[in-house]
Write a protein that binds this ligand. Structure first.
Ligand code: SF4
Length: 543
């Protein structure tokens, strides 16, 4: 993808050199986030620092301008900071992220090492299914070669079983968990795949862990081949470029339209909503249609599918008790919490219920089952927990769809103006953003006005500022799963606060808190950015 840069590119050490390699934060850094090539990290920090100072001096967002626009004033006031005209003049353009790029469905626990590979092999399966019958008749086998990081770390992630599932024609959005488990527990079993007139039998051995070092186009490279004995009938080289996105040799970035209501910051968005009185759901829907070229019906269908996958994941997670894969030997909690909530009084019951939903989906992610990134795989338990709790109180489908739009808008703002990556910003960028999205979703779905939606999102994000990323043993389990539960509970807490306070009296606006997250990300010690070199990751001793 032309517009992507990489924070770190070490094919030996995983997605992007973090040692956990299991959270979807590993991967490419979209060039429109805080590490845009034009911005050095140091300069960005100066910008945000100056912006924060400016915001305080000119009245905390009451100017109606995003914090970043206060840079010029702040620079002249903040001693020791030299004005940098490039920074204040640089414009990244309007947000163009689409729902399908944001809510991605596929197997956990890693968007780059499980979700991407399954999307790749499913794409290959769909391509070869369309080949002429006479060509397919000659076929004797299918092989997938994993290279670079996919080969070096793919065994621990379950890259092979995710790849085989897609090759067998299982869709990443609705592959049954039992099927994925069966692949893992029966490594020698062969599974049939029908391609036109031909049926081939495949095993995990058809997924080959190939060279870890080499001159690869991308650290996460794979090749898929349709074979007739030694002859290659059809072959394509693919790249799992992070966040569940995939590309292939000759890939061309699809053209996008321009949004009807362009915005880069929450305050610009709020202007449309408050000054022009445009409902948030309508604005976001029309932008999505304009950028993607999709119809309203297609967009609602997509969001309904996202909701279905999330609800299915929570419901499965609530019924399964198991020891999660990996060296931690962590016992799942969601199912047990369902039984324990009865004697806790109203508050205890409500909190236990929401938390158990967060555990359920977080545990499903750890099991390598199908999840939806929201915004990442590590934080994938939060929005499903919020969704299930909204369903519990019978919020209508259309309101839930609009809640998804509001949640996505918060995620877009954080992606555009800060980061969604634990490897860049710590867990505040994953669970913090997920919780903030959840708070906005609840507020929107419950019919609150734009100020309450924005305040709820701000409150939840504020509650996570500074949260580090320190996954024990590099697995997205401790503290990740429990943080999904907390993220969902805090989303409800933030909504309750925002809906009860006077919205005009909130002293911190969303843009300011996003800027603070970006600054905190920049200043956070790298030990706490998904390297498993600090915090819990070194404090917990596994026996
Ligand atoms: S601690 Fe947070 S950011 Fe880090 S891997 Fe876990 S969920 Fe992702």
């Amino acid at each position: 993808m032309k517009n992507l840069t990489y924070s770190k590119n070490d094919p030996e050490n995983g997605c992007d050199s973090c040692s956990s390699k299991t959270c979807d934060s590993c991967g490419p850094v979209p060039s429109d986030n805080l590490f845009h090539p034009v911005f050095s990290r140091r300069n960005f920090g100066r910008t945000v620092l100056a912006a924060s100072a400016g915001a305080l001096l000119i009245g905390c967002g009451k100017s109606g301008k995003p914090a970043g626009e206060a840079v010029a004033k702040a620079d002249s006031l903040a001693a020791g900071i030299t004005p940098d005209p490039i920074l204040v003049q640089e414009s990244k353009g309007p947000i163009l992220t689409l729902l399908s790029e944001f809510y991605k469905m596929g197997p956990g626990p890693s968007s780059s090492h499980t979700m991407g590979p399954m999307r790749i092999t499913y794409d290959f399966y769909q391509r070869i299914s369309k080949l002429p019958a006479e060509q397919l008749n000659k076929a004797t086998g299918l092989k997938v070669h994993l290279f670079g990081s996919l080969s070096a770390t793919g065994k621990g992630h379950g890259t092979d079983r995710a790849s085989l599932a897609g090759l067998l024609g299982k869709s990443p959005a609705d592959c049954p968990p039992q099927f994925l488990d069966d692949l893992a527990t029966n490594p020698d079993k062969s599974y049939p795949v029908t391609l036109g007139p031909k049926t081939l039998n495949l095993t995990l051995k058809d997924i080959i862990f190939d060279a870890t070092k080499g001159d690869f186009h991308h650290p996460n490279t794979m090749t898929c081949k349709l074979l007739a004995g030694p002859e290659v009938l059809y072959e394509l080289e693919y790249y799992s470029v992070g966040g569940g996105f995939i590309e292939w040799k000759g890939y061309v970035i699809p053209e996008k339209g321009q949004p009807k209501y362009p915005y880069q910051h929450a305050n610009e968005l709020k202007k449309y909503l408050i000054d022009d009185n445009i409902p948030l759901g309508k604005l976001l829907l029309e932008n999505e249609m304009a950028i993607s070229g999709k119809s309203e019906k297609e967009i609602w269908e997509f969001l309904d599918q996202v909701a279905e996958v999330m609800i299915r994941g929570v419901e499965i997670g609530l019924t399964v008790e198991s020891v999660l894969p990996g060296p931690i030997k962590l016992h799942s909690k969601a199912a047990g919490m369902q039984l324990m909530k009865v004697n806790k009084g109203e508050a205890g019951r409500a909190i236990t219920t929401v938390a158990s939903y967060g555990f359920a989906m977080g545990e499903e992610n750890a099991r390598g089952h199908i999840i939806v990134t929201a915004p990442t795989a590590g934080s994938a338990g939060i929005i499903p927990a919020v969704l299930k709790s909204l369903r519990d109180i019978k919020v209508p489908t259309q309101k839930i769809r609009e809640g998804f739009l509001a949640a996505a808008a918060i995620g877009y703002l954080c992606k555009h103006n800060a980061t969604l990556s634990g490897a860049e910003g710590g867990c505040q960028a994953e669970v913090g953003v997920g919780s903030s999205m959840g708070a906005a979703m609840i507020a929107q779905a419950r019919g609150e006005g734009p100020k309450v939606v924005s305040n709820a999102a701000e409150s939840a994000l504020e509650a996570h500022l500074g949260m580090t990323c320190d996954p024990v043993a590099g697995y997205v389990q401790v503290p990740c799963i429990e943080r999904c539960a907390y993220g969902a509970v805090k989303a409800w807490t933030a909504y309750c606060i925002a809906s009860e306070e006077n919205p005009q009296e909130r002293r911190v606006d969303l843009d300011t808190t996003i800027a603070a997250m970006a600054l905190t990300a920049k200043e956070m010690n790298s030990k706490y950015k998904e390297t498993s070199e600090g915090g819990l990751a070194v404090s917990v001793v596994l026996c």
